[in-house]
Design a protein around this ligand. Structure first.
Ligand code: PMP
Length: 361
């Protein structure tokens, strides 16, 4: 579509055009009901079909065994920072955390506010979070090991997930959920705000292993207990219906138009290889993450100085390449190349970068 730009925003981020068109087409009169999805009861069969289809597709895409539940919650990934320790870390036990960036640090802070015992067993703060730590030992009696699979701000990602040695893994996958396939069996819980790879802001997906549901003590408020939402199939209270519906369409797009997670991963690797390949071939741009820790989703880089970075972002914007400014806490530039952005977007960016380097180098 001529009037759409290539959207490199970090989140909320690009959605597949096909999904946007489907939403547009169905919005006024959803499945012949004479109402939009935002006007029907969350307890209607029409909505329950949407919800259950999203759950089935999620499980199929991730090849989840039956002992995992998919929950659609509100409060953003940020609320998971406290819901996880509230529910999964009983009195007298401790959890291990790996600090790989701003979001990981926020997760640790919330556990500390709750006066939970959390041990930071590894950190990459010493080098501005430019790498994923390799050496750490997990306390075998830890209730869980928490890590952030993709560090949206710093542009790093776990290429291989940490080995918990039997300790359940808990991961914030907000910015790389469904970018690749992985074995979910070592995980006790996975959470992700939807607004990068999954759909619009307003819904948070939680994948929880059934045995984790029983860990919460009785003093956890009803709405903040995972078991409340698991028992009622995310319909304890009114869920964010529109957001869940769009997530369902995104899942359908991954399955039916992309061809599943292996195909999604190939597409994402091709995009990342193209962009990192160019970054490595020039001295004008400097990627900030160490090579073996680079993210497939958020590509962070610097230019020779901050004035050039401002000019780069502004000029890119003028030619339809949006959202390239780095996070305000770290500066620089960042191209978020989530699932919905195609190879054509990355190719256009690389072409622009070459021309910009020639003119300004
Ligand atoms: N974790 C990660 C890795 C993120 O990228 C973000 C949002 N950028 C969050 C947590 C916070 O998510 P939310 O805004 O949904 O609370």
């Amino acid at each position: 579509m001529a009037d759409r730009i290539f959207n490199f925003n970090p989140g909320p981020a690009a959605l597949p055009l096909q999904v946007l068109k489907e939403v547009q087409q169905e919005f006024i009169n959803f499945k012949g009901s004479g109402m939009s999805i935002s006007e029907i009861s969350h307890r209607s069969a029409l909505f329950e079909d949407v919800l259950n289809d999203a759950i089935v597709r999620f499980k199929r895409l991730l090849k989840l065994s039956d002992n995992f539940k998919i929950l659609f919650l509100q409060g953003g990934a940020s609320s998971q920072f406290f819901m996880v320790p509230m529910n999964l870390l009983p009195e007298g036990s401790s959890a291990d955390y790996i600090n790989t960036g701003s979001w990981a640090k926020k997760a640790i802070k919330e556990a500390e506010i709750l006066k939970k015992t959390c041990n930071v067993i590894a950190s990459s703060e010493d080098k501005n979070y430019s790498y994923i730590p390799k050496k750490f030992s997990v306390n075998p009696s830890a209730a869980y090991l928490h890590f952030t699979s993709n560090n949206t701000i710093e542009g790093t990602q776990w290429a291989q997930f940490p080995d918990g040695g039997g300790v359940p893994l808990v991961s914030d996958m907000s910015s790389d959920m469904l970018c690749r396939s992985f074995d979910a069996s070592p995980f006790g819980l996975i959470y992700a705000g939807a607004q990068k790879n999954l759909g619009p802001a307003g819904v948070t997906v939680v994948i929880i292993r059934e045995d984790m549901l029983e860990r919460a003590s009785k003093d956890v408020p009803t709405m903040l207990r995972y078991s409340t939402h698991a028992d009622k199939n995310s319909l304890y209270n009114t869920p964010p219906c529109l957001a869940i519906y769009i997530v369902q369409l995104v899942l359908k797009w991954i399955e039916e138009s992309i061809g599943g997670l292996d195909a999604m991963e190939r597409r994402n690797r091709e995009k990342a290889d193209l962009l990192y390949g160019y970054l490595d071939s020039t001295d004008f741009y400097r990627p900030t993450a160490e090579k073996d820790s680079r993210s497939l989703m958020n590509v962070t880089f610097r230019l020779p100085d901050e004035d050039l970075e401002k000019k780069f972002v502004a000029e890119a914007g003028k030619v339809g390449l949006g959202g390239l400014k780095g996070h305000r806490s770290v500066g620089g530039c960042r191209a978020s190349i989530y699932n919905a952005l195609g190879l054509d977007g990355v190719q256009s960016l690389v072409d622009f970068m070459k021309t910009f380097a020639q003119k300004n180098g």
